[in-house]
Design a protein around this ligand. Structure first.
Ligand SMILES: [Zn+2]
Length: 121
């Protein structure tokens, strides 16, 4: 199943596991794993498919402007979140069912992560 739309079969050997429609649209899923924040307050990004510096360069401004709801999606594992992007546009943020009630904190964790200048998590 396509990692992005979760609707159509993926193209065999497509490196990001996407279907033809999502590849053509330049849509991608960027997945991150969250953990409790410092002192157990809020959430922080513990690992991600793109490095903090890359997240900062491309997605800091879109994350700061992101005002949509987050959607809880059952295909995500414990503490996972993903950004669905299309070319330069942040379409939506999805969270695992265990984070359903913490959507705002999950988006804040991504914003905080995008302010980091580290080369790796
Ligand atoms: Zn797709």
């Amino acid at each position: 199943m396509c990692r992005v739309c979760q609707k159509r079969p993926e193209i065999p050997d497509e490196k990001s596991g996407r279907c033809e429609v999502c590849v053509k649209a330049g849509r991608m899923a960027l997945r991150f794993r969250l953990a409790p924040g410092p002192g157990g307050v809020g959430l922080r990004v513990k690992a991600g498919e793109i490095a903090p510096r890359a997240l900062r360069q491309k997605w800091l401004a879109p994350l700061q402007a992101y005002a949509s709801q987050v959607a809880a999606r059952p295909h995500l594992g414990l503490h996972e979140v993903e950004m669905i992007v299309a070319k330069d546009h942040l379409e939506t943020v999805r969270v695992a069912p265990d984070l359903a009630a913490q959507g705002a904190a999950a988006v804040q964790a991504l914003r905080d992560a995008a302010e980091r200048t580290d080369a790796s998590w």
